[in-house]
Design a protein around this ligand. Structure first.
Ligand code: HAM
Length: 423
């Protein structure tokens, strides 16, 4: 037997209605916020992520599914959506569109070679948004408000919004020096990646999964102390918006995100429940990225966005015991007695389906009792039993399964009867 690859999952028929419900709700919310969908390829040039996400990040160094295609190009299965969305923005010259800022969203599989655990997969489905072309604290606040709105619209309550400012490029220069000075005396006790990162990108040390419990991690200087005036006032304005919107948040000066492109606002939404046993508590993450567009050869525009995985959203729903509405049912189950009735049922099914009736029949020559059980299993609203008599009289008793109520109607009135009941 060949098994499913590690870290991936089948979404089986009993689970997929939950996915469809979540996805359709997300699409609806995007209309409310005036974001439009973009679909980019599942694979891109490796360079896009190496440059965009950052050479010294774990995602690029350890987690990418990279391969050479038959034309000897280095290709990578997308580990995230921001770099690809920005690539498309640049390639399609979206800075020239009349509607600015450009507000985009995406929903699809992403791939990271990570250690599998609950809430962490090697193929996972990210829903994300990117608002490109405005540097204004009010759009940062809009994105944060949207994050809360999304989770609350599914009924989730135990949520903690954690925010930070990682400053602009200028604030970062001094901060990087301070980090180098802090870690230098002990860097030989850190992993090889951190030893490399101290020169190339010392902020990444703070995000190291191997050395995360080392004492110097806790005493490391905080970016908050190195923010320049512009970064400080930008962050203050974002917080003031959140206060006005009544959105609770916690400022965590140690929040650093795992991807290199962030500037100013950075955030994560966490499960906030002391009894929660799972290791993974981050539901979604994002932030502002000034400079990413230029880094990828684009115009001097800035953006902000976030992404969540549907897997972790489902995990949070399960944790809070929230059931999503289930819509899987049949309008009608046709039970048959005898070959003539069964032949007739094939045509009736076909006609009713063209009238938009959700209908099915037995295909396993079950006895009548077995067919009625099947109708129950399929959650059918109505059933009919077709036999020689019904074919002779052209009439059938249609039974409402929940109430037991029965009506005799003409065989060609079934669709009308059911649709009337729906109205
Ligand atoms: P990220 O923090 O790497 O950010 O991922 C965002 C979200 O994707 C996580 O909070 C989590 O819900 C989900 N996720 C990440 N890895 C996994 C995994 N292995 N299994 C299940 N879920 C996972 C980004 O990807 C940025 N592109 C977000 C962003 C958009 N920033 C600005 N715009």
């Amino acid at each position: 037997m060949i098994n499913i690859p590690r870290g991936t999952q089948d979404i089986l028929p009993e689970e997929s209605p939950k996915w469809r419900y979540i996805e359709s709700k997300l699409h609806q919310l995007m209309e409310v916020y005036n974001y439009q969908e973009i679909r980019t390829p599942i694979f891109e040039s490796t360079d896009l992520f190496a440059r965009g996400v950052g050479d010294s990040t774990d995602v690029v160094q350890k987690e990418m599914y990279t391969f050479k295609d038959k034309g000897d190009r280095s290709i990578t299965l997308r580990p995230e959506g921001t770099a690809a969305t920005v690539r498309s923005y640049i390639e399609n010259k979206m800075q020239g569109l009349a509607n600015q800022p450009v507000k985009l969203y995406y929903n699809g599989p992403m791939f990271r070679y990570e250690r599998k655990q609950k809430g962490r997969y090697r193929q996972f489905n990210q829903f994300g948004i990117e608002a490109i072309g405005a540097e204004n604290p009010s759009i940062d606040a809009e994105v944060l408000a949207m994050v809360m709105h999304i989770y609350q619209s599914f009924g989730l309550k135990h949520l903690k919004l954690v925010i930070n400012s990682v400053g602009d490029a200028e604030s970062r220069v001094e901060y990087q020096e301070a980090l180098r000075a802090h870690f230098k005396p002990v860097i030989h006790t850190y992993c090889q990646d951190c030893q490399n990162r101290i020169e190339t990108n010392p902020m990444r040390i703070l995000d190291c999964k191997v050395d995360k419990d080392k004492p110097e991690m806790k005493t490391a200087p905080s970016i908050t102390d190195y923010l320049n005036d512009y970064s400080k006032s930008y962050f203050d304005a974002v917080k003031a918006h959140l206060d006005r919107l009544g959105i609770p948040y916690v400022v965590d000066p140690n929040l650093v995100r795992g991807l290199d492109y962030y500037t100013h606002t950075a955030f994560e939404l966490m499960i906030d429940n002391e009894d929660y046993k799972g290791a993974i508590t981050t539901l979604c993450g994002g932030g502002r990225y000034n400079g990413l567009l230029e880094l990828l050869g684009g115009p001097n525009q800035t953006g902000i966005g976030f992404a969540l995985s549907i897997e972790r959203l489902l995990m949070a729903l399960e944790e809070e015991g929230i059931e999503l509405p289930h819509t899987s049912h049949l309008d009608l189950f046709i039970a048959t007695m005898g070959n003539d009735a069964d032949d007739y049922a094939v045509k009736l099914l076909n006609d009713l389906r063209h009238e938009n009736i959700r209908v099915d029949k037995d295909y396993l020559s079950r006895k009548l009792k077995g067919q009625m059980k099947q109708a129950d299993r399929l959650n059918a609203t109505y059933t009919i039993v077709l036999g020689d008599q019904e074919l002779a009289t052209n009439e059938v008793a249609i039974k409402h399964m929940a109430t037991g109520e029965s009506h005799t109607i003409k065989l060609n009135e079934i669709a009308q009867f059911i649709n009337g009941g729906k109205a």
